[in-house]
Design a protein around this ligand. Structure first.
Ligand code: AHR
Length: 540
């Protein structure tokens, strides 16, 4: 039976249409302009065809599986760091959190912000006599008990690279340089201070970014395109004078008016452009859109990324500057009335009421299969462009909207945690080109796919998302000229409902299951609202 013809476009006319998407250099045929149709009256199964090119596979950077933690709420204090907890080690690091992040094979973690960074002075957070300081951004008091040395020690425990975001808000380029020297210097005033603080050997922190979101009026140190490039160049030169081996990023956006002047002024100092996006902006007003509304956004990350890629290509920086998507999440964090640029009094009752509203981020029922499948589509978009994307950092990894919810007595692996775990543990090291044709649901392809293989092309792991909230999808998979036939091991994440979520009472309502998928002439039946990673060993 042919595809239910909702609307199908030839790739060429679709290149400039909303739903076109690039797969590792190949434009996939896609579809649809239909609004999201409620399938309940129909029993028809969706159809899709995924054709994998087994000739070319490119290694992707595992730092695509990275994270971000900010000195915000209970991401650090009460999240990764809780010295009074019986679940913490001698350094105050929650051992269960470290174990969970090891499961995710988190390769890089960005810290201390985020907007927080634009008001943070790193010297307040090192040494023996640390004093609490006002956090002008989030309206609380920063104890400074968790600072640079604790962050590096924690990263070593987790097994990830530290990535430091410097203060281009009320900080200075000199302060950035001194931070680099403190961390990486062999000698010098600040290297000596590190040694005095008990860390003789340089940390060798390679990832650093200049500024967070200086393009936004909400940020302390909000800049202009004319001023930002020169400031980045000055900061980069000072930081590189302290360590010439740094991998440097700077705050960028998809807006050419901001990023092209940055590249023109400082592009030769940069290795990365740092970009952020949250597709549901709940910063001031929290909402809880339904599964279909969230899934309808699944192709947005690819479109956002295509814009950045086009900018790098057209400005001549392809291959010279890569992308650090160093804050991403379906949902923006809820913090009504903030961020701010001036400290508020801890006695300001109106401010305290607003800060209390941040608890809304912790409502577990918000984080459903929509988050898990959207996150898989985000990662797919990045994995498909391995020559452009260096890293991504889910914002955050702990608490707030993160995949791991941490509370005093334990942890809850939210649905997206399992997506990240499946990707980090089950995908192979190389990404292959593929083309996908499929029916649609909620104005997006019902199937989103990526194909990975080992370096020899002998073992394949194919990730297939069925976005339909109610119906199976019959997906035909072809690997080169081969059409798999037989029973194949798969890991599937689907939950008992598109709205299923995990919480303290039912921490494993949604979890990956190892199954055997029967595949006949390449056709595999994908369950509704599911992510499947199917292993296709190539017969010798
Ligand atoms: O909502 C959290 C904030 O979102 C981060 O601190 C900032 O980088 C982004 O705007």
């Amino acid at each position: 039976m042919p595809f239910r013809k909702i609307y199908k476009y030839v790739a060429s006319t679709f290149l400039h249409r909303a739903n076109s998407f690039r797969i590792a250099g190949t434009v996939g045929l896609v579809f649809s302009v239909s609004s999201c149709i409620n399938h309940s009256a129909q029993t028809a199964t969706n159809k899709a065809v995924v054709e994998i090119d087994d000739n070319v596979a490119k290694r992707y950077n595992p730092a695509i599986f990275g994270g971000f933690i900010e000195q915000f709420g209970d991401q650090v204090y009460g999240g990764i760091y809780d010295p009074g907890s019986p679940l913490a080690d001698e350094n105050g690091f929650r051992k269960d959190v470290v174990a969970a992040l090891k499961e995710l094979k988190i390769k890089v973690v960005r810290w201390p912000g985020g907007c927080f960074a634009s008001g943070y002075h790193w010297k307040d957070g090192v040494g023996k006599n640390r004093k609490p300081t006002p956090d002008p951004v989030w309206g609380v008091v920063e104890s400074n008990q968790f600072g640079t040395d604790e962050f590096v020690k924690w990263c070593r425990l987790v097994g990830c690279e530290p990535y430091i975001c410097t203060n281009a808000g009320n900080g200075t380029p000199q302060e950035m340089k001194e931070w680099v020297e403190y961390c990486n210097g062999m000698s010098g005033k600040y290297a000596e201070k590190r040694k005095e603080n008990g860390n003789e050997k340089p940390y060798g922190i390679k990832y650093w970014s200049i500024g967070n979101e200086n393009w936004g009026g909400h940020e302390i140190g909000a800049s202009t395109p004319e001023k930002w490039g020169p400031l980045v160049k000055e900061s980069a030169d000072l930081m590189l004078s302290a360590d010439s081996a740094l991998i440097l990023a700077a705050a960028a956006t998809a807006d050419k008016k901001w990023t092209l002047p940055l590249l023109q002024n400082a592009g030769d100092r940069l290795d990365l452009v740092a970009v952020h996006n949250y597709w549901l902006g709940f910063w001031q007003k929290n909402e809880n859109p339904d599964y279909r509304s969230c899934i309808a956004l699944s192709e947005e990350p690819q479109k956002f990324l295509n814009g950045i890629i086009h900018m790098l290509d057209s400005s001549g920086y392809r291959g010279k500057i890569r992308i650090a998507f160093d804050e991403w999440n379906l949902r923006g964090w809820h913090h009504p009335g903030y961020p701010r640029k001036e400290a508020t009094s801890p006695l300001d009752t109106a401010a305290l009421r607003l800060i209390q509203k941040r608890e809304i981020n912790n409502i577990p029922s918000q984080y459903t299969m929509a988050d898990a499948l959207f996150s898989a589509s985000f990662l797919n978009a990045c994995l498909r462009n391995p020559e452009y994307v260096e890293m991504t950092n889910i914002a955050p990894i702990i608490n707030t909207r993160g995949p791991l919810y941490v509370y005093p007595e334990g942890i809850v692996k939210r649905t997206t945690f399992h997506t990240l775990s499946m990707y980090a543990n089950l995908l192979q090291s190389h990404i292959a080109d593929l083309t996908a044709i499929s029916d649609s649901v909620c104005s997006v392809p019902v199937v989103d796919a990526i194909a990975t293989s080992d370096s020899l092309g002998k073992n394949w792991s194919v990730a297939l998302i069925n976005r339909d909230p109610e119906h199976f999808t019959a997906c035909t998979v072809k690997i080169g000229s081969r059409t798999p036939d037989g029973k194949f091991k798969a890991t599937v994440l689907k939950g008992d409902s598109p709205d299923a979520y995990n919480d303290k009472e039912m921490p494993e309502r949604v979890k990956p299951e190892t199954v055997i998928y029967p595949v006949q002439k390449g056709v595999v039946m994908l369950p509704p609202h599911s992510l499947s990673i199917i292993e296709f060993p190539v017969k010798p």
